[in-house]
Design a protein around this ligand. Structure first.
Ligand SMILES: C[S@@+](CC[C@H](N)C(=O)[O-])C[C@H]1O[C@@H](n2cnc3c(N)ncnc32)[C@H](O)[C@@H]1O
Length: 364
């Protein structure tokens, strides 16, 4: 033991000072989240946009109708958020002007940038009391022999299955809006970057868990030859009006998936455990013909990178968020490959990585 201890390298004084700063940073990261939530709730991104894309603090205080005495406090919030990349700050002639960055462009009321709907509901859901309290219970949860997620263990309900709606309809609506803004963002980029490789030549497609058909309609608009079917639960399909574009089928993906040349399953599997993913993908496989006949499953989901950097950090944060809130997880390419093999698929191609999302063709 003593010999092992001798080999330990004690950090230098400079390293310990840096360690202390990092300790503060890690302990107080939630202040960034709360400052971010504050700016979003006040409407700072939309206000900067409506002021022509640049605003000084006095401009913001006036446009947001804040008490003038709050200006020095807003300065401190904006300084932190500019350092974190939520806004950009220009300092000319001692006047700081705040501008939008790609993060704040995603938070504008009534402005969908390149098909990305306003992502404000994601900020409000992720920084809600419900999520934060569930995350605060992590250490207690680790010591309990329970399979329920920390969220379910604490609140007694699960997300997105209706039980939350009975307990607290207001927060349930926030979570559903967040899910819709997450799921409906970025599909135009998928169509542009790899739409041809994915959909060209396909005759039919089933969008498994396709909700209200937003994705399926975008596919048909870009590739009108494709006969598209959307599968979702009866409670969802019963509320979708017929549109004459897509065929809507109510059902359960664990029991069967409507047959088609290809099945699309987008941002679904990360909500489920590995065992459930294998069951779902096995049903998708039953729905498609052989590879020679063009059969494939298109999986669009988070793929955790091996690289470092902000996207990797976001993927890991999203993975722990899945652990706290659901029974799902984010997976790296090896995890995906194992699931595809277990579900009986012979091969796959990771066609593209678009931000945190990967686009796979998976072959029977
Ligand atoms: C995360 S959303 C799917 C997102 C959608 N694919 C998109 O990209 O916009 C999950 C969807 O799965 C549906 N769902 C959940 N369990 C299901 C099941 N057993 N069978 C069919 N659909 C199911 C839900 O009703 C919900 O619409």
């Amino acid at each position: 033991m003593a010999a092992e201890a001798q080999q330990l390298t004690v950090p230098t004084e400079a390293e310990l000072l840096q360690g202390q700063a990092d300790l503060w940073r890690h302990s107080l990261y939630y202040m960034t989240s709360m400052a971010f939530q504050c700016a979003v709730k006040l409407g700072v991104p939309t206000t900067i946009h409506s002021l022509g894309g640049a605003a000084s603090l006095p401009d913001l205080v006036a446009a947001l109708s804040l008490p003038p005495a709050k200006l020095p406090y807003l300065r401190r919030i904006m300084r932190l958020l500019a350092t974190s990349g939520v806004f950009a700050a220009d300092n000319a002639a001692d006047v700081v002007t705040y501008r939008l960055t790609p993060v704040s462009w995603l938070l504008l009321d009534s402005v969908a940038v390149d098909g990305h709907p306003n992502q404000t509901p994601i900020v409000l859901a992720a920084t809600s009391r419900h999520c934060i309290e569930a995350a605060m219970g992590l250490s207690d949860w680790f010591q309990k022999d329970v399979v329920a997620s920390p969220f379910e263990d604490l609140h007694g309900v699960t997300l997105f299955d209706g039980s939350m709606a009975e307990q607290d309809p207001e927060i349930d609506a926030v979570f559903n809006d967040a899910l819709a803004s997450h799921d409906n963002s970025g599909f135009l980029t998928v169509l542009r970057e790899c739409g041809g490789a994915l959909f060209q030549g396909l005759e039919s497609l089933t969008d498994c868990c396709g909700g209200d058909g937003t994705t399926a309609r975008a596919v048909v608009e870009a590739f009108p030859q494709i006969k598209c079917t959307v599968l979702d639960l009866p409670k969802v399909i019963d509320n979708v009006p017929a549109d004459g574009v897509v065929n809507y089928v109510a059902g359960d993906m664990f029991k069967s998936v409507p047959p088609a040349q290809a099945v699309l399953i987008k941002l679904v599997l990360h909500h489920w455990s590995d065992e459930d993913c294998v069951k779902i993908l096995a049903q998708c496989k039953k729905a498609i013909p052989s590879r020679e006949e063009g059969g494939k499953v298109i999986v669009i989901d988070i793929v955790v990178d091996s690289s470092s950097g902000p996207t990797h950090e976001a993927e890991l944060l999203m993975d722990v968020a899945m652990m706290v809130m659901t029974n799902g997880r984010q997976r790296d390419e090896t995890d995906w490959s194992e699931i595809f093999t277990k579900a009986g698929f012979s091969d796959y191609k990771l066609l593209k990585k678009l931000g945190a999302r990967g686009v796979f063709d998976v072959y029977p």
